[in-house]
Write a protein that binds this ligand. Structure first.
Ligand code: ZN
Length: 289
């Protein structure tokens, strides 16, 4: 296996974003393993002692809200992508509904997993290559605003320097449509005529084919942008602010969030700039916690 073949295979795992539904299981599994390799971890990872706890935490924090999280799915299913190795897997009995085993079987037989021998040979002494793959995986699945938090949880400093191309018109058009004010709180600091701390957010993420169009944009201050991408709140079909039940904090959080609960956002002046309900629904379903 050459580095190029491995790169292709890892990016070929990108099956998860073919549909609109977020399924960050495999990306987060691979990102976790790559981050650990950079930190000197051995090839194989124990399901019971490591992945069950660590990947569960990552899925809960950065994946869409679910009743139950399944770190065992990518741990097992990456085998189908040709870059993965499972040990002690032979005796695992499958679940009733599928060919892969429940987590109880993984624990019972002490199953371990990691990148295949060929892949690991390329990765283990090449931090730069591991980091490159990690970056590609994360930028394919998550908006920029969240990636530093993921890398921090993976035990790494955020050092990606790649300049991603963005649609220069998107920011300008969205800020203009919302009259250079945060749609949630109205924040509009300017230094002379330059806005400070205002951002154009995508409602439906670019990573899931959300367009760079005003109807898929919101002008938000940096705080409300980050909180929106984390699913701390969403916007309902009638353009009202709905907060996640997980929110808590002191006086400032009350001012920045609880005071706006159930209130309408500041809408753009023209009707064809209104947020598209289809994109709002996607955010509510796939991002909102
Ligand atoms: Zn704001």
């Amino acid at each position: 296996m050459t580095p190029d073949e491995l790169r292709k295979s890892v990016l070929g795992v990108k099956r998860w974003s073919r549909s609109d539904q977020r399924a960050p299981n495999k990306p987060l599994m691979m990102a976790y393993v790559l981050a650990k390799y950079v930190q000197g971890h051995k090839q194989m990872f124990s399901y019971e002692d490591e992945v069950d706890r660590d990947l569960h935490a990552l899925l809960k924090r950065f994946g869409p809200s679910r009743k139950v999280y399944h770190p065992e799915y990518p741990f097992w299913r990456l085998l189908n992508d040709g870059i993965w190795r499972l040990d002690n897997a032979e005796e695992c009995l499958p679940r009733k509904s599928n060919t892969d085993p429940p987590k109880s079987e993984l624990i019972k037989h002490g199953v371990t997993a990691g990148f295949s021998d060929d892949a690991f040979a390329l990765l283990k002494n090449d931090t730069k290559f591991s980091m490159e793959l990690l970056e590609r995986i994360l930028t394919d699945s998550f908006p920029e605003s969240i990636i530093p938090e993921i890398t921090a949880q993976l035990g790494l400093e955020f050092t990606f320097k790649k300049i991603t191309k963005r649609d220069p018109n998107f920011r300008r058009e969205v800020l203009r449509a919302y009259n250079y004010q945060c749609a949630v709180c109205g924040y509009d600091l300017r230094m002379d005529d330059i806005s400070v701390g205002l951002e154009a957010a995508h409602i439906k993420w670019k990573q899931f084919h959300g367009p760079c169009d005003v109807s898929n944009g919101l002008t938000l201050c940096a705080v409300h942008h980050k909180a929106f991408d984390k699913g701390a709140y969403t916007i309902t079909e009638d353009f009202k602010i709905k907060l996640s039940e997980s929110l808590n904090g002191g006086v400032q959080v009350e001012r920045l969030f609880f005071d706006f609960e159930g209130k309408a956002i500041r809408l753009p002046i023209k009707d064809n700039w209104l947020p598209n309900v289809q994109y709002l629904n996607w955010h509510q379903k796939e991002v909102f916690k």
